[in-house]
Ligand binder design. Sequence first.
Ligand code: SF4
Length: 465
Amino acid sequence: METTTLPRPPRVGLVSLGCPKALVDSERIITKLRADGYQMSPDYAGADVVLVNTCGFLDSAKEESLEAIGEAIAENGRVVVTGCMGNEAEVIRKRFPDVLAITGPQQYEEVVSAVHDAAPPAPSPYLDLVPEAGLKLTPRHYSYLKISEGCNHRCSFCIIPSIRGDLVSRRPDAILREAEKLVEAGTKELLVISQDTSAYGVDIRHHPRMWKGHEVRAHMTDLSRELGKLGAWVRLHYVYPYPHVDQVIPLMAEGLVLPYLDIPFQHASPKVLRSMKRPANEAKVLERLKNWRSIVPDMAVRSSFVVGFPGETEEDFQYLLTWLEEAQLDRVGAFKFEPVSGAAANTLPDPVPEEGKQERYERVMALSARISAEKLAAKVGKTIEVLIDRVDEVPPPEEGADKGHFDAPHPQHHHGIGATGRSKADAPEIDGEVHLRDAGHLSPGDIVSVKIEDSDEHDLFGVPA
Ligand code: SF4
């Protein structure tokens, strides 16, 4: 009897750099490649071609992208580049003339055809079936949901609009269909991302589409409400405090959307904000925060700030510190201003010297760490819901190890099976975590009640209730 050997499917290695948005792009590309019969290779050696999804936002990110391309060339040699740095093809070509192809962000078709050229798909009738909701790089129980591309603003420190173009919103029914499939496939948390979530639908005049027998407008409030009905946690990122954000707060009170807002304030001083050309730069933000918290007392607010922006005086910086003390944000990320090639802010007068930036960075981080520690300490003794991310063996503490500053044994030091998860106040990757002891019966994706026993500057410690 004659036997035939099917050709081995070609394998693609993937290096994904940059932000959650780039991760979503990688997921789309992989989903398409898997549908075309490709397999993923976990290492360079087993890959027929390596795809590097780059980030080109900051100069430091560009350097990291170039290093990743260099490593892929050295380790494998057959490299296709995509992502934000793809817009600077000449820089990449100059340094790595052997790169097979370079494509820009969101050029899914081009990337896929470049991979086809580099490693033609095997003609096999036994293609792997692609799961309904596509392949995800994030753990199965949480998923990023991209609702739009691009941005209509022109913040002076940012080049995203010149890379990604003006705002292009997805249809609400398409977003909801994708979200529903993700939830059916096991997603417990949907992370809504975009460059400017509050502006969703502005470009398509909030045009309504039919979804489950009724019209849903392409508007942040309508979309959030419908997403909330799917039964997963819904977390909103990159929300600018436009007046209509007030309408989302009642959805939090109803439990449809997580009591969490990620608002990239970037600064508090009106003068600096003007110079940054930030959207929704209006006075009454503190008042609105207070009002939101009166409706949703456990609302967590995360934000990021830039220190050392050109022209930022000690007085401006003090204004920011006083504002932060008042605003009592739950999570704060700070960045030292870094010029990005092509950004308008680079030519602004009065740059802040490096030591000045460093000093302000340390002061803002110290203040936010204190506020965070106080806010977390107030949760000790309470019982909260936690979504489990991983379950792991906790080793016994080493002899003579520092037992921490707590009188009671630190829960971290209970060895056995522990688990790590996140409360409603914590987004993955950027916020804190909740560490559990006695968690052997739990699995990633479980949502459990946890009695909080302890806290530090960033994390909580507890036991299943
Ligand atoms: S809102 Fe400003 S910082 Fe954000 S993407 Fe648009 S231009 Fe860049």
